[in-house]
Design a protein around this ligand. Structure first.
Ligand code: NAD
Length: 437
């Protein structure tokens, strides 16, 4: 099949590259000329493990191409995927759909012959129907079907998630579109991956309900962690004890500084806005949003309290800036609250992240940027772990202790055991676990 992918962000580039790995002829289109120039030169504009190899292999095989102009690729395509951003709209939390509708209009102008236009971006209920109207208005003669195919990949393991998903969800309105989408995902059908065909609206809601459920699970364990700290219980034991129950499951029960990233914050807000508009408010999700927002700010108070009530003039090292490991994505990362919060409270902050520094420099001011993990802690009064990169899990704690002025570790990801911290001679504050001192 011939596929055009509109947008080469995390989702568009990974999906496009993986479709070419399936054997399709794929052109990835982006209006950002620098992105396309980089891709054409064999450089990957985002950090995503394994992506470079998939892109290189399929480009070499002549199945994966890049373009800034969608006209030609869309005209030749059997399926066009719209994978542009749907950020939060300022003020009301609704998803900003302007990029989706603009792309739909451009695609409509260029289609030639029967084409399925597929929304891959995360979009509220009703967007697919509106895309259909935009297309019909722009090109009343076009022979098209509209489909909704939300993406569930996670940054950091995106290739594996795309190639071996738990399920694929496809919203369609016609048998013809269903058949076309079956061809697109044929290798997964052969794998017996569950593929769920629904109408457009159901597919749209499944995506938001899934992300919101996961955000709720995280927020639940975060609040349980706060309770654990008050009553002297270890949240990791509680998480294991409940997670072994198959009805609950062990995943997404890691207490931390609050969820961030490009999806959970905006998707929870968008579902809240949609539900209010539909006069079926989701009060649980509203609370999740409020609790999570407050939590990121409370992490600053936690560090300040660990430092004895003030960080003014203290040297604080921060390890990890991205919203999770194995990505360079800084969107709505807890570090964006924690680091400025500490700077504003008068601390001298040094930071390091293995992949996020370039993005972080655009978003964070007034800190010292270090070249490696150990550099942030020299002479420090406290070390704060914000993102659980593997290299931070394997620090030489004896060296850390030697480098620091005061052996105070505030671990917002629980990456060390209490015994490890104790044996290395640290005062150790973590999330939902007893303090070591
Ligand atoms: P992104 O912001 O990283 O990338 C979007 C890209 O689209 C940009 O490069 C932009 O230049 C390009 N673009 C915008 N308008 C265009 C147009 N008219 N023509 C061509 N290119 C255009 O976004 P992302 O993180 O890949 O997310 C895309 C969508 O997928 C969002 O709706 C998001 O919610 C959803 N999603 C994201 C993830 C994730 O982990 N990032 C996972 C699942 C779903």
């Amino acid at each position: 099949m011939r596929v055009a992918m509109i947008g080469t962000g995390y989702v568009g580039l990974v999906s496009g590259a993986c479709f070419s790995e399936f054997g399709h002829d794929v052109t990835c289109v982006d209006t950002d000329a620098s992105r396309i120039a980089a891709l054409e030169a064999g450089r990957i504009p985002i950090f995503e493990p394994g992506l470079e190899e998939v892109v290189a292999r399929n480009t070499k095989a002549g199945r994966l191409h890049f373009a800034t102009d969608l006209t030609e690729p869309v005209a030749q395509a059997d399926a066009v995927f719209i994978a542009v951003g749907t950020p939060s709209r300022r003020g009301d939390g609704e998803a900003d759909l302007s990029y989706v509708y603009a792309a739909a209009e451009q695609v409509a102008r260029a289609v030639d012959g029967y084409t399925v236009i597929v929304t891959k971006s995360t979009v509220p209920v009703g967007t697919g129907a509106e895309v259909a109207r935009v297309v019909a208005r722009t090109r009343p003669d076009a022979d098209v079907d509209i489909a909704s195919n939300p993406e569930f990949l996670r940054e950091g393991s995106a290739i594996e998630d795309f190639m071996r998903p738990d399920r694929v969800v496809v919203g369609v309105r016609s048998q013809r579109a269903r058949d076309a989408m079956r061809l697109v995902y044929r290798p997964l059908f052969l794998n017996e991956t569950p593929v769920l065909f629904t109408d457009l609206e159901t597919a749209e809601l499944i995506k938001y309900a899934a992300n919101t459920f996961l955000a709720t699970k995280i927020t639940f364990i975060n609040e349980v962690a706060d309770l654990c700290e008050k009553v002297g219980v270890n949240v990791q034991d509680v998480a294991r004890g409940i997670g072994l129950d198959k009805r609950i499951g062990a995943k997404f029960l890691h207490a931390g500084p609050g969820y961030g990233g490009s999806c959970f914050p905006k998707d929870t807000r968008a579902l809240v806005a949609l539900a209010r508009r539909a006069e079926a408010p989701l009060s649980i999700v509203e609370t999740v949003v409020a609790v999570n927002d407050a939590r990121k700010r409370q992490m600053v108070d936690k560090v300040v309290a660990a430092c004895g009530g003030s960080v003014r003039g203290r040297k604080i090292g921060v390890l990890g800036l991205t919203f999770k490991p194995n990505t360079d994505d800084m969107r709505e990362s807890p570090s964006l609250e924690v680091v400025p919060g500490l700077v504003n409270a008068g601390a001298e902050v040094s930071v390091f992240d293995p992949e996020g520094m370039e993005e972080a420099r655009k978003l964070i001011d007034g800190v010292a940027w270090c070249d490696d993990a150990y550099a942030v802690m020299s002479d420090a009064d406290a070390l704060v772990i914000v993102t659980e990169w593997n290299q931070f899990r394997a620090l030489d704690l004896a060296r850390v202790r030697e480098l620091m002025r005061v052996p105070l570790l505030v671990d917002l990801r629980n990456i060390y055991t209490l015994d490890e911290a104790r044996e290395a001679g640290f005062v150790y504050h973590s999330i939902g676990r007893p303090k070591v001192d």
